[in-house]
Ligand binder design. Structure first.
Ligand code: HEM
Length: 161
């Protein structure tokens, strides 16, 4: 049973972290070679679809992580949670994992949709003034990098568990 849940946990974690990084470092740079109208349409519909899918994967990574640490793992009492290295590392993973998921929903996705539905930014860019759009996209990349940093910390914590 533990092996099956661990397998599901790892596969979903690959989908969650890998999916976000692939969009950021694969799809987004590749879309830069398209016309602005197509780039906007592609990224909007991709994000609408991928957001639900990735959020669900992230949610179940946390659920399976909770099961692996508690019911199927060593954390059975509050003492084990507070007083052991395993308990502390698991708690840190739980907090960072939850923060990453909530950040992705509340900050990352919302900001991205605000930029992609802002007609002014895209009309200006099409008319040759790309500055406002570029500024917003750089701000978005900075916000999204919070998620990437959290994933790196999570992977480090998983190795130390
Ligand atoms: C992107 C996020 C995550 C990734 C990539 C990830 C990846 C992994 C990997 C590869 C393992 C297998 C480690 C091994 O067997 O040595 C593992 C195990 C585990 N993960 Fe995660 N995980 C993530 C998030 C979380 C979160 C948020 C929690 C806590 C709620 C968690 C809790 C656990 C637990 C308890 C185990 C079992 C460790 C053990 O007792 O051997 N993981 N994870």
């Amino acid at each position: 049973m533990r092996e099956i849940i661990l397998l599901i946990h790892i596969l979903l974690a690959i989908v969650w972290a890998g999916g976000i990084m692939f969009i950021g470092w694969g799809v987004y740079p590749a879309s830069m070679s398209l016309s602005l109208t197509i780039q906007r349409k592609l990224l909007t519909s991709l994000m609408k679809w991928a957001h639900h899918f990735l959020t669900l994967a992230g949610f179940f990574v946390i659920v399976t992580g909770i099961l692996l640490g508690t019911i199927l793992g060593p954390i059975r009492t509050w003492d084990i949670l507070w007083d052991t290295a395993y308990g502390n590392t698991w708690l840190a993973a739980l907090l960072i994992g939850t923060f990453t998921l909530v950040w992705g929903i509340i900050v990352g996705y919302r900001e991205m949709m605000m930029i992609f539905t802002d007609d002014f930014l895209w009309r200006e860019a099409e008319d040759g003034n790309k500055k406002p759009l570029t500024r917003e996209l750089i701000r978005l990349a900075a916000l999204e990098s919070v998620e990437v940093i959290c994933f790196i910390i999570l992977i480090y914590l998983m190795i130390s568990l």
